[in-house]
Design a protein around this ligand. Structure first.
Ligand code: SF4
Length: 476
């Protein structure tokens, strides 16, 4: 969600005539140098670490601003929404503070701050208009995020999001479909639908099946190759969504469904109103309906009151669920959340030790699951033109249909393969975090032909005309 907001911020700044400056990487003790005239920090408040990083980065920027007083610094996102005037108290050299609902005001606020030479703050308590109308500078040409809702009606006791992003607001399906069609016309072939809880989409206009209907409708948009979504909530996950995923050719066989804990007692204390049995039953249904589906998750370890027995239940569930990957987090206290006042906060040593054990198990399961892919041919959507070299071998990277990261040998075709292209390759090796495919590319589909010159479908199997050196033209 924040990364998508950053794209909107970049789009607004481009609209003002700014261009992207080289990446700024401050080093400890050095202010570093950036030619940027405006620096915007779009912050996250989900974990404590982000807090520390914001004020550390602002400290670095203070030295830079002394050298270049005309440079403007703006702080937006969830921490700005949470800390408000506190940011200006701690870093009075900041020019603009804007909340999660005020992204569109950034150009005006920067202008006012420059004109009046005074810091500007704008924080709205709730969303007035859906930010979809704002210009966007997409990070990738071929892939885009599309918000279907913002905010959340749940009250998970560890989570600060509802107090910063507000209650759930749903966009109309027609608006979402129009946006996706426009993106596809602009060369996008992969869309990820975004919402804090995509399964409750439709709650605002009273349609419990709105999300599954939306998946089906998106699948009818010609030119859209891949559709993903994040994040679902087990409490609201219904069978019609599984059916829509299974029926649609463009919904990818991947489900990222946050678990948070495998212990019912801890789930209750987290105010997550599903239980481990329900979570596992969803996985069972999804696996039965969608062959080859990969399931990934988020898990918090060391929640207040978590006993060794509770933790063992999480480990057991990880063993049973066979996650392709799991994002693991140490519980961190977030002021303003209900969990802060719970009893039984664990020592950092206990949390760190459990975290190590959880990560070791998650990696082991991921490795075992990835090994099953060796020898399989997978369809990879190429992510970027920049590759890596391993022993002189040029590799490009992309995502398989089930969202596994794949590094594949370009076999001399690196100049011809564009982001968004689909290649078919056989998996030869793996680690817990990615697959490697060092064999031949057996097919190569240019998905963005209207945008890239060249052939749109190239058979690269061993006896194909291309490999025998015969010129071939397929499609237009
Ligand atoms: S579902 Fe829970 S964790 Fe997710 S955004 Fe809502 S309150 Fe936070």
């Amino acid at each position: 969600m924040n990364a998508h907001d950053s794209e909107r911020i970049a789009g607004l700044l481009e609209g003002m005539g700014f261009k992207k400056a080289p990446t700024y990487e401050p080093k400890l003790g050095e202010p570093g140098l950036t030619p940027a005239d405006v620096v915007v920090l779009n912050t996250c408040a989900v974990r404590e670490h982000a807090d520390t990083r914001l004020y550390g980065t602002l400290g670095h920027l203070a030295g830079l601003k002394k050298k270049r007083p005309g440079m403007q610094i703006a702080v937006g996102g969830c921490l700005a929404q949470k800390d408000r005037t506190e940011i200006l108290n701690r870093a009075p050299w900041v020019d603009v503070v804007f909340g999660t609902h005020n992204v569109g005001s950034l150009p005006v606020l920067l202008g006012r701050a420059a004109f009046s030479n005074q810091a500007q703050i704008e924080i709205m308590e709730s969303l007035q208009a859906f930010p979809s109308e704002l210009p966007v500078r997409r990070a990738a040409e071929h892939s885009a995020w599309v918000s279907i809702s913002v905010g959340c009606n749940n009250t998970c006791s560890f989570c600060i999001v509802p107090s910063l992003r507000g209650k759930e607001r749903d966009r109309k399906p027609s608006e979402i479909l129009e946006e996706i069609s426009a993106l596809v016309a602009d060369g996008v072939v992969e869309v990820t639908l975004l919402g804090q809880n995509v399964n409750s989409y439709g709650v605002e206009f009273g349609d419990k099946q709105a999300f599954s209907k939306l998946l089906i409708q998106c699948g009818k948009i010609e030119g859209l190759r891949r559709l993903r979504f994040t994040s679902p909530h087990p409490k609201d996950f219904t069978d019609d969504v599984i059916e829509a995923m299974a029926r649609s050719q463009v919904v990818m066989p991947h489900l990222h469904m946050p678990l948070q804990s495998g212990s019912n007692a801890i789930l209750q204390s987290m105010r997550r109103s599903y239980r481990r049995e329900k979570y596992l039953s969803i996985l069972e249904k999804v696996r039965a309906a969608i062959p080859g589906v990969a399931i990934s998750t988020d898990i918090i370890v060391g929640f207040p009151g978590e006993t060794e027995e509770n933790f063992q239940e999480t480990l057991d569930l990880v063993r049973a669920a066979r996650f392709s990957t799991a994002y693991t987090f140490k519980y961190s206290k977030r002021p303003g959340t209900a969990a802060v006042s719970l009893e039984g906060h664990l020592s950092p040593e206990v949390v760190a030790e459990r975290y190590q054990r959880l990560v070791a198990l998650v990696d082991d399961v991921s490795l075992q699951e990835n090994r099953k892919q060796i020898g399989e041919t997978v369809e990879v959507m190429v992510g970027s033109k920049s590759g890596s070299k391993d022993g002189g071998r040029a590799r490009l990277s992309g995502r398989a249909r089930d969202n596994r990261l794949v590094h594949f040998s370009a076999n001399g075709l690196e100049g011809d393969i564009e982001p968004g292209d689909l290649v078919r390759v056989a998996v030869s090796e793996c680690s817990p975090f990615f697959l490697i495919a060092d064999g031949a590319i057996t097919s190569h589909v240019k998905t963005r032909t209207r945008f890239n010159a060249g052939l749109n479908e190239i058979d690269r199997s061993p006896n194909s005309a291309v490999n025998l050196g015969i010129p071939v033209f397929v499609g237009s």
